[in-house]
Design a protein around this ligand. Structure first.
Ligand SMILES: Cc1cc2nc3c(=O)[nH]c(=O)nc-3n(C[C@H](O)[C@H](O)[C@H](O)COP(=O)(O)OP(=O)(O)OC[C@H]3O[C@@H](n4cnc5c(N)ncnc54)[C@H](O)[C@@H]3O)c2cc1C
Length: 437
């Protein structure tokens, strides 16, 4: 907590942004650039939750078609972002490669290419030789894969902080350690946000509060089914060059940074920490859960009891429900760490020596169809929401901030957001998940 000037919060501004992840930071940046007075409230520190804990894949490949117009534009933004912010984001356009586990996965990948042909993304179908050329030494199941050369990677620990820093330099107030408690309305429109450091009158609110967003939406009388899964990531010691492509292969997700170190993860499985809150949206998540039952691992651990404590009247979390526990509570799951490390040496037998430099976990906020909600409520007016990025929202951060800023300043989103409306969870039009989480 620190790189932003510690100033008193203004009692009025144009836009209050709730949440200092990549979506909140980007919104603050583009709005400030457009001349708006912005206050960003972050209950913890910028990028201390999902946005600083991601693998760092920046991909178009494998996305739900609803996300592609945004992501194609975002890919363009990433290419110039380091220059624009004058910051090192470790951006590298080395492509993204999915190696198929078997023929049926290969068929799914090819089907995605077929369905998204009209978007003009140049995804290549590779045979085993093509995969080996891109990632020398890889042990593959001998089926092939797909590769999008224009995709890339960036460093999550650097991106959102750099964007927030630039927003702050341009005049946005970035208030860390200061949560949003409630949203007030007047005449059918938002009128202020009550924060831990006082009330701020405003014309617009952007809710980019990650996994807490559903709480704000509920307070406004709407329903956003949102849950979390836990993701564990390992950073290794540097190993000889393997590939510049973010890769999914044989249950291993990895990207190699320019210093040779790798971010790796056990890609097969999803960890779910059981709490009473899990039952809240059970009906919404049931279809996805049953479709992928074998890939879920349920954990009965400390978080179950923490959640019980948080429900007790008088507990800190019960007094401030929109804030809850302030800091990241997700712990790396040792089995995932061990699996990923073992798998790394199985997939790349040439790696004889490799150690762990760091390991961490993050709670990934998901929606039932794995597509985000980027929307403006009709009531109260001027309440915008960007959340539920379901494990692939780091890549989209810059464009989401830009589109929200365009929407607020011109009255229209500059890129179609069809399929991302909140109402799909209320009127039954939502689909089953299609994107790769
Ligand atoms: C392990 C892991 C791997 C991932 N890998 C990738 C990847 O490779 N590529 C990719 O594109 N995506 C990836 N993701 C997903 C990506 O990180 C998220 O989709 C994205 O960061 C979400 O950003 P956000 O700004 O919406 O949420 P967050 O980053 O969670 O930010 C929300 C912020 O809101 C704050 N907040 C909550 N309540 C309040 C309140 N009341 N007042 C003020 N502030 C509040 C929180 O403290 C938090 O900082 C991964 C995620 C994880 C955890």
């Amino acid at each position: 907590m620190t790189q932003y000037p510690k100033i008193d919060l203004p009692n009025a501004c144009d836009v209050v942004v709730i949440g200092g992840g990549i979506h909140g930071a980007s919104s603050a940046y583009y709005l400030t650039k457009a001349g708006m007075k912005v206050v960003l409230l972050e209950k913890d520190t910028v990028a201390s939750h999902q946005s600083g804990r991601a693998w760092g894949f920046v991909r178009q490949q494998g996305r739900d078609p609803a996300e592609l117009p945004l992501m194609i534009e975002c890919n363009r933004i990433w290419q110039g972002l380091e220059k624009e912010l004058d910051a090192d984001l470790e951006w590298r356009q080395g492509g993204v490669l999915f190696v198929a586990r078997d023929g049926s996965e290969m068929a799914e990948y090819e089907q995605w290419i077929e369905e998204t042909k009209g978007f003009g993304i140049e995804t290549q179908v590779l045979d085993t030789k093509g995969v080996e050329k891109l990632t020398p030494g890889i042990t593959t199941p001998g089926v092939g894969g797909i590769y999008t050369p224009s995709d890339g990677q960036a460093e999550p620990k650097k991106a959102a902080p750099a964007i927030a820093k630039r927003a702050s330099e341009m005049g946005a107030v970035i208030a860390e350690g200061c949560g949003a408690l409630s949203i007030e309305t007047e005449g059918g429109a938002v009128s202020s946000v009550v924060s831990e450091r006082g009330e701020i009158k405003c014309k617009y609110v952007i809710c980019a509060a990650g996994a807490a967003s559903h709480k704000f939406v509920a307070k406004l009388g709407r329903r956003l089914p949102q849950q979390t899964t836990r993701g564990t990531v390992i950073r290794t010691t540097p190993v000889p060059h393997i590939s510049a492509a973010g890769t999914l292969a044989a249950g291993l997700a990895f990207r190699q940074r320019t210093d040779g170190s790798m971010n790796i993860a056990d890609e097969f499985m999803t960890d779910i920490d059981l709490t009473l809150g899990r039952f809240k949206f059970a009906r919404d998540f049931a279809p996805g859960l049953f479709d992928n039952w074998a890939t879920f691992k349920f954990h009965f651990n400390k978080r179950f009891f923490d959640d019980l404590v948080d429900r007790m009247p008088g507990s800190e979390a019960a007094k401030q429900p929109t804030i809850g526990r302030r800091t990241n509570q997700a712990e790396p799951y040792k089995v995932r760490v061990n699996n990923a490390m073992a798998n790394l040496q199985k997939v790349f037998p040439q790696i004889k020596q490799v150690g762990i430099v760091d390991q961490w976990a993050g709670d990934i906020d998901v929606t039932p169809d794995a597509v985000p909600v980027i929307d403006q409520l009709d009531r109260p007016k001027h309440f915008f929401i960007a959340t539920g990025f379901s494990g692939h929202g780091f890549a989209m951060g810059p464009v989401v901030g830009k589109v929200l800023a365009d929407w607020i300043t011109t009255g229209q989103p500059s890129i179609t957001l069809a399929g991302m409306e909140l109402a799909r969870f209320e009127d039954g039009t939502r689909r089953r998940p299609r994107s790769r989480v």
